[in-house]
Design a protein around this ligand. Structure first.
Ligand SMILES: [Zn+2]
Length: 295
């Protein structure tokens, strides 16, 4: 039997982090980006040690969302591709599924129970599911958290970005009164913060999980975690200079990756990757040849 299109970590296997933050991975389908673009500056013989392409030269990657619970609030991280793309676009990009509301319902969760929606940035495979087919917010009771710089970039006049940002969806969310533009590092619920990274896009943000000042009992988990967005989309791109052709600001991306990867490795942070096809989370380890996924 083929595996179900939509899957979630079972509730009793949610991973707990410092401050009582529980995290589950919602697998919301598949997409297939061009392999050369995805690996950018990295020569094919190097990345082919990790993964293969399909007959159209594409990688077969997941759309991974997170469902985070803390202090009685629920945060959904990323919204997948949604359902508003043309059939031709879905075919070129090899999309299966991608509907975040349907994904939640398929695993027994109610989209109206979501209090915060975070999108790491405004590309189609992250912000495509902000709204449903008719343009209504997919998560009617949520505040949608986007970095102000990202929203500004979506409205900018840079030719490279024309047609690449989900500007129309963003404006439907704004018109519904649900948009929360933030700047820099902001804690949404106890132990769950967004932090602007830039690099991939001007206003890309990561999600930091696990309260830094959690006291708690000795047997409480003290772990922390990070959701990288497309700053590091899979475990294969942990080497900090392995930037993608889709990174708008690769020099910035290398610098912020270098800083955050070191912190993640030193702190033993668990890592969630938005397009990784394997089991999550994983930790990062330092080797004499640089950083890599542990295990
Ligand atoms: Zn992406």
């Amino acid at each position: 039997m083929p595996e179900p299109l939509y899957q979630i970590t079972p509730a009793d296997q949610a991973r707990e982090y410092a401050g009582g933050v529980a995290v589950r991975v919602l697998r919301a389908g598949w997409f297939r980006p061009d392999a050369g673009g995805f690996f950018g500056v990295v020569p094919r013989p190097l990345w082919q040690r990790f993964t293969q392409t399909d007959e159209r030269g594409r990688l077969v990657l997941r759309l991974n969302l997170l469902l985070i619970e803390s202090a009685g609030k629920r945060v959904l991280v990323e919204t997948g591709t949604g359902v508003r793309m043309t059939d031709k676009d879905r075919d070129i990009k090899g999309i299966e599924g991608g509907d975040p509301a349907e994904a939640l319902r398929a695993v027994g969760e109610d989209p109206s129970s979501i209090d915060f929606v975070v999108v790491s940035h405004l590309h189609y495979d992250h912000a495509g599911g902000l709204v449903d087919a008719s343009g209504r917010p997919n998560f009617p009771n949520a505040r949608y958290v986007v970095q102000r710089e990202e929203a500004d970039a979506a409205h900018g006049d840079e030719l490279r970005l024309a047609g690449l940002m989900e500007t129309e969806q963003l404006e439907l969310i704004r018109a519904a009164g649900l948009l929360a533009e933030v700047a820099g590092e902001v804690e949404m619920v106890p132990g769950v913060s967004v932090v602007r990274t830039g690099g991939h896009t001007r206003g890309s943000q990561a999600v930091l999980i696990g309260s830094s000042d959690a006291g708690g009992r000795a047997d409480d988990p003290q772990d922390r975690a990070i959701f990288w967005g497309d700053l590091i989309p899979t475990r294969w791109q942990i080497p900090v200079r392995w930037t993608s052709a889709f990174d708008d600001y690769p020099i910035d991306a290398v610098e912020i990756r270098n800083d955050l990867v070191r912190r993640a490795a030193d702190g033993g942070w668990w890592c969630y990757f938005t397009h990784d096809p394997g089991e999550l989370p994983v930790r990062i380890e330092a080797t004499d040849r640089g950083y890599r996924a542990a295990g």
